[in-house]
Every structure is written in structure tokens, then in C-alpha cells.
Design a binder for this molecule. Structure first.
Ligand code: AMP
Length: 426
């Protein structure tokens, strides 16, 4: 019978690759928590209007990429395309403003966008997302970018560049919008139909267009940086000054607007040249009006998201696998020995030692082959003779030597031995 395939653009993460994911997740938690972020988990499904209102009606995500559907009562829901709006919603709805500890949040998990799948671009993908509310100090903007750098360094990912820009506030955007609109009107014949339409409703979005011809035109477009009001210009100067003091290199990219309407002032992206077309590893920015627009208190916010698939592609290009192997394999000959090994394996695991044995009635040779395939460095061999003399050999399969293990205290002995000799992080 024909088998049922997964949905296009949605991947299984197989045991073979899980080590990379666990490494990225553990490093993210460690770094984010050190910087004062606390984990929040919001539902994968939200009301459609949450994203329409926050990301913006005329963005690619909302116009073309959402997995939206009516539920059984005809209410429009969607799989979340990003996490910021959900976290802001939770903050408002759960009244977290009154909790003095609740200012910095992070979440790890799947997002869904109906994009054309290719390497580094999927329909279900995973993000590490961090958001901080209630702080408009430019120190925080610099701190977040510094934190991103620390995270990537800790993972051992090099060769990435930080691009920054300021999108100003509603005040400075007004004259900019007029100037951009005039620019787009002049060139309307050279723009794709989407951009021609956007030039009227949301001209800023023309900067996101992926059509080559539009990109070329936008090279000459006016830049928001030239329109910043005094407060926004001062904020941007302060962000740069703090980044300099933190020795975090950056490049100013005046045409980087990012694909969501809610950004204001500082925006940033981490770019790599090692992933072909999908060159953004992560990005984020300030969204000082969003909380209020979503019906909450008028608190500023800033955040970013990193794509985990892209991080893992980068890691795999530069590092050896992190596949976990058992630390010890217990081989046996005879039913009595097998029963004892079974007990020992479970007790060792109970103490945190990754022990393995073979199920079924395999011969010693085939057990040794299995230990080898699994990559176990140490193998204990237990047979009738060993039971009689109350000791069994533990072989080091790399050094090719062995030690005697007293059976009466075997679990203690092996736990101690593995603790001393294992190369695994504990
Ligand atoms: P965004 O929320 O669009 O700013 O995206 C933040 C990060 O998420 C990007 O820099 C990517 O690393 C990742 N990302 C966004 N969309 C996708 C996708 N369709 N597939 C894989 N990763 C993605």
C-alpha cells in the first residue's frame, strides 16, 4: 500500500540530528537566562486577527503565508507565523505588567509560514525568540545584540555579520513615507504589481520585495535614516555608542526594514554568506507602539527571533556531529548473565549512565558488533565463569585494554568509572 507522506515543507527531526537541536536549545536557554530572560510557552494556534493587527495586513506574512482556517464554529484561527504577537497578547491578557519579574521573555518552538520551501526555508520551522517589555533605554537595544553575539560565539558559529538600522517613530515616518511614495510613483512602471499596489497602501514594504527588478530600483530609494527626528536620532546614536563599547561590530544598512509593520527605531539582522539565498540567521527590533495597538498598556518592546534550522545548517557545515553514543555496553552469555546485565543496565541508567544491552537472544559476536555500531567505548562481558569468580572484564574498545569489575559492587564501580573516564558533558 502507498504510504502517507509528511506535508511539504514540514520536516521530521530524526534521532540522527537531534544532538544539534539539543545543543542549540541548551545553549539558547543558558545564554538567555543569564541575561535575565524567562521562558514562556504560548499556544501554536491563535486568532487570525492577532497577526493581522500586529504584523500588518499588507505584509507578505499576512497576505500570503498564514496557515489560517475557520474552526467548527466559523471563527478564524491560524497557526502562529511568529512569536512576538503571541507573547505580547499573553502579557496583556495575563496582566503580567503587575509582576515586577516579568520583563524579559523567551520561547523556543515551531512557527508556520506557507512559503516556497528550499534549503533553509520551510513551512514549519523553529525559532528562538526573545522579547523585553517596558524598557526604552537604548542600552537594552545594544545588550540584545551583544547577547546574540555571545550566543553565536558560544555555539561556535563564526562568519556572521550584524546589520543595524533605525526605522524611526511614527513622527519621522510621515515625511519619509511621502518622499518614498513620490519615489515609487515615479518608477511605478518598473515595479512588480505587488509593489505598485503597495506604493499606495504601505510603501515601506517595497523594501522587502524579492523581485530582482524591484530590488534594483530600491537601491536608490530614500533612506529612513535621513528623516529621523531628534529623539530617534539620539536613540540610534546611543545604541551605536553602546555597541562600540561592547566591542560588537556592526554595519549600518539603511535599506533594511524587515518584513513586519510593527518595527520602529532600532532594527537588526544577523547575516551569513554561507547559506546561499537564505542569508538571514536572525533578526529583530523595537516595536514601541505594538502593545498599545493590541489593546494593552503603552509599553515599549524589543525582541528578536533566530531560525534554528539555519543555525543548525551552519553548525553542521563547521563542526563534527554531536550524536550521543552509549557510554557502556553490557554483553552477556547465558540466561543468568543476561538477567543480571538487564538489572545492571537499568540501575546504571537510573544513575545517569547511558548504558546499553542487546534485546532478544543474540550471540556474543552479534552483541559485540552491536556495541561497535553504537560506538560504545566500554564493554562489560559477563558469562558463567565471571559469575562464578565474582568479577568480569570491562574492555576499553579504543585502548584495547581491560579492567576487572567486582560483581558485588558492579553498579557503583561502573558509575564511578564512567564518571571519571567519560568524555561526555555531564
Ligand atoms: P522573521 O520572523 O521573519 O524576522 O525571521 C527570523 C528568523 O527566522 C530568520 O532570520 C530565519 O532564520 C528564520 N526563518 C524565517 N522564516 C523561515 C522559514 N520559512 N524557514 C526557516 N527559517 C525561517
Amino acid at each position: 500500500m502507498e504510504y502517507i507522506q509528511a506535508v511539504k515543507g514540514m520536516n521530521d527531526i530524526l534521532p540522527h540530528d537531534i544532538g544539534w537541536w539539543q545543543k542549540v536549545e541548551a545553549t539558547a536557554r543558558e545564554v538567555l537566562e543569564t541575561f535575565g530572560y524567562r521562558e514562556i510557552r504560548t499556544p501554536l494556534v491563535e486568532k487570525l486577527e492577532l497577526f493581522a493587527r500586529s504584523i500588518g495586513e499588507s505584509t507578505d506574512i499576512v497576505e500570503k503565508e498564514m496557515y489560517a482556517f475557520p474552526d467548527r464554529k466559523g471563527r478564524w484561527l491560524t497557526l502562529r507565523p511568529e512569536a512576538t504577537a503571541s507573547i505580547v497578547r499573553a502579557f496583556i491578557e495575563r496582566n503580567l505588567q503587575s509582576d515586577p519579574l516579568a520583563r524579559k521573555f523567551y520561547t523556543l518552538g515551531p512557527m508556520f509560514r506557507h512559503e516556497r520551501p528550499q534549503k533553509g526555508r520551510y513551512r514549519q520551522f523553529h525559532q528562538i525568540d526573545a522579547e523585553a517589555f517596558g524598557i526604552d533605554d537604548p542600552m537594552l537595544d545594544a545588550e540584545i545584540m551583544f547577547m546574540l553575539r555571545c550566543f553565536l560565539e558560544k555555539l561556535g558559529i563564526g562568519g556572521v555579520k550584524l546589520h543595524i538600522n533605525s526605522l524611526g517613530c511614527r513622527e519621522c515616518r510621515k515625511p519619509f513615507r511621502e518622499s518614498l511614495q513620490a519615489f515609487l510613483e515615479e518608477r511605478i512602471a518598473a515595479l512588480c504589481p505587488d509593489c505598485a499596489r503597495r506604493s499606495r497602501v504601505n510603501p515601506l514594504r517595497a523594501f522587502d520585495c524579492k523581485v530582482e527588478q524591484c530590488r534594483e530600483q530600491m537601491e536608490e530609494a530614500p533612506a529612513l535614516l535621513d528623516f529621523l527626528c531628534r529623539d530617534c536620532a539620539e536613540h540610534f546614536e546611543a545604541v551605536k555608542r553602546h555597541l562600540d563599547r561592547l566591542e560588537t561590530p556592526y554595519r549600518i544598512d539603511p535599506r533594511m526594514v524587515r518584513g513586519l509593520d510593527y518595527y520602529m527605531r532600532t532594527t537588526f539582522e544577523v547575516i551569513t554568506d554561507q547559506l546561499g539565498a537564505q542569508n538571514a540567521v536572525g533578526g529583530g527590533g523595537r516595536y514601541d507602539g505594538l502593545m498599545k495597538d493590541l489593546g494593552g498598556p503603552d509599553l515599549p518592546g524589543i525582541g528578536f527571533a533566530i531560525g534554528m534550522e539555519r543555525l543548525i545548517l551552519l553548525l553542521q557545515q563547521s563542526q563534527d556531529g554531536t550524536l550521543k553514543t552509549p557510554e557502556i555496553f553490557l554483553a552477556s552469555v547465558g540466561d543468568d548473565a543476561r538477567d543480571r546485565c538487564f538489572l545492571m543496565v537499568q540501575r546504571l541508567r537510573d544513575r545517569g549512565v547511558a548504558a546499553e544491552m542487546e534485546y532478544g537472544n543474540a550471540g556474543l559476536k552479534s552483541q559485540m558488533r552491536r556495541a561497535d555500531k553504537l560506538g560504545a567505548r566500554y564493554v562489560l562481558i559477563l558469562g558463567q565463569d565471571e559469575i562464578q569468580r565474582n568479577a568480569a572484564p570491562l574492555r576499553d574498545m579504543i585502548e584495547k585494554n581491560q579492567v576487572e569489575v567486582p560483581l558485588a559492587t558492579a553498579v557503583d564501580f561502573l558509575t564511578e568509572f564512567i564518571r571519571k573516564h567519560s568524555t561526555r558533558n555531564r
